[in-house]
Design a protein around this ligand. Structure first.
Ligand code: C2O
Ligand code: CU
Ligand code: CU
Length: 494
């Protein structure tokens, strides 16, 4: 794999941030001061709360990412990515139109809706057609994700832009003492890494190594923007992270040792904020954190290197996370205080009202899943590709892999081979019971629907929603090249 400036140049950035800010890679704008950087913008907010209606159109577009050549892209209601959809519990009538020349779908990743509304590979929308799921939203407040999910096209189409953030709200963030002013003290941050050619066009040429590792980029994008900085009030700021990358695993941290206070995981709020030095976020995962900027000093959000980079074989696996951070860290997003914005929240909240999962009561079936990559390390780099499967079987649209009883709690033991794989289940939330024989990492203690599996992870999964043989739910690796390559299965709940 090519090592690019994006990663190599980042060490100096951590040091420079706070005093002045230099983007030392040769990609993206070169701007010397944080205040001189382009200002990060939010995806437009599509608020369905008043109307109970949601209109999305998958559209072709053209996007200028680097101020050079434009790239053909796709998006929902706009040229690249889609709006942040805000919803609350109750009926939601969605209408998704497809104005592209090929099939797309909209999977509501993190919405607890039945299989026929889930938008998976069995619910394609043909060119010129629309899909109108009449949904009933009933779940805890959370940050979720939506994206196209056509088998063997998910990776390329998400990469080109068919994805967005989603928030379920109950309108009670003031009672929790949480920032909720969209784009001011409550930022939605869709994290993606992309590759660009010398003309500044975004590229996606999949090599065999990219399929095996998952496709990682050389340039960091937040909400589709390169080299932007966020301006925030001098107070407590809420960051809602959505890992919308095809394959990159982030290890997020703030410079100068400032903690990230985790307040919510995939399935919603924790009981109270948890201060983290590093927040790991794999593709498909979401997390909400608070950062305290009430001292007025800027913060640079950074990420450590991807544990999967160069990790096929043993070398990557034995490297410690601290090594990776020192060697391969890079800037995700600088946050600068803008004195013109008046802070609304200046103290960390104490009680968020969330509950940690406790599913240990009556557990039904135990099932084992092995996330397989070919026949072993010996095959890598020899031109033998493929072998992406679960329990030795590549995904097959015609085969139902499992049947689960509605209302059941099951023990799912998921093992990874060669790489760390983010395991995602549709239509269910779960408790992470054990990771690699230990208690789960702090960011995996809340309700989850996606979790990074390094060696072996044990889950207790609650299946409360139904899915038929016609529109089953999926479980899969959320490295999109692995998913498209066959590391996926499907199940019914009834
Ligand atoms: Cu976000 Cu089945 O995926
Ligand atoms: Cu999903
Ligand atoms: Cu994988």
């Amino acid at each position: 794999m090519r090592r690019r400036n994006f990663l190599a140049g980042a060490g100096t950035l951590a040091v420079a941030a706070g005093v002045g800010y230099a983007w030392s890679g040769d990609r993206g704008p070169k701007i010397n001061e944080i205040s001189g950087m382009p200002r990060l913008t939010m995806p437009p907010l599509l608020d369905t709360i008043e109307t109970g209606k949601l209109e999305l159109v998958a559209l072709p577009g053209r996007t200028d990412f680097l101020g050079k050549e434009v790239t053909p892209t796709i998006g929902f209601n706009q040229p690249y990515l889609g709006p942040t959809i805000r919803m609350r519990n109750g009926p939601l009538a969605a209408n998704v139109r497809n104005e592209l020349d090929w099939q797309v779908s909209v999977h509501w990743h993190g919405l607890m809706v039945p299989g026929e509304h889930d938008g998976g590979p069995h619910l394609p929308i043909s060119p010129g057609k629309q899909w109108q799921p009449d949904m009933e939203i009933r779940q805890a407040p959370a940050t979720a994700f939506y994206h196209t999910h056509i088998h063997e096209r998910t990776a390329v189409d998400v990469y080109a832009g068919l994805a967005g953030a989603l928030q379920i709200t109950d309108g009670r963030d003031d009672e929790r003492g949480l920032p909720s002013n969209y784009g001011v003290d409550d930022l939605t941050l869709v994290l993606q890494d992309r590759r660009f050619d010398s003309q500044g066009r975004m590229t996606y040429d999949l090599s065999m190594m990219d399929v095996m590792h998952g496709f990682t980029g050389d340039t960091m994008l937040v909400n589709g923007q390169v080299g932007a900085a966020a301006a925030v009030p001098k107070g407590v700021v809420r960051l809602r992270f959505v890992n919308g990358s095809n394959a990159r695993i982030y290890s997020l941290f703030a410079d100068a040792g400032r903690p990230l206070h985790l307040i919510a995981t995939d399935g919603g709020f924790l009981p109270a904020p948890v201060a983290l030095e590093i927040l790991r976020l794999a593709p498909g995962e979401r997390a909400e954190v608070l950062v305290d900027l009430s001292d007025g000093r800027p913060v640079t959000l950074m990420s450590g290197g991807d544990p999967n980079e160069g990790a096929i074989g043993m070398v990557g696996r034995v490297r410690g996370i601290i090594d990776q951070i020192m060697d391969r860290s890079f800037v995700v997003l600088p946050l600068a205080v803008d004195d013109r914005l008046s802070p609304r929240i200046t103290e960390m909240p104490r009680d968020l009202g969330g509950k940690l999962p406790k599913l240990n009561g009556s557990v039904g079936n135990t099932r084992r899943f092995s996330l397989d990559m070919g026949m072993g390390g010996g095959m890598m780099g020899t031109g033998m590709m493929g072998g992406l499967a679960i329990n030795g079987r590549a995904f097959d649209m015609q085969r139902i892999d499992l049947e689960v009883r509605r209302g059941a709690v099951e023990r799912w033991i998921v093992g990874s081979s060669m790489l760390a794989h983010p395991f995602h289940i549709h239509g269910a939330v779960f408790q992470v019971v054990r990771e690699n024989g230990r208690d789960p990492r702090p960011e995996n203690r809340g309700w989850k629907d996606t979790v990074l599996v390094e060696n072996e992870t044990e889950l207790l999964v609650r299946f409360n929603h139904t899915a038929s043989r016609e529109t089953p739910y999926m479980y899969h690796c959320h490295i999109l090249e692995h998913e498209d390559g066959g590391m996926m299965g499907q199940f019914t709940v009834g």
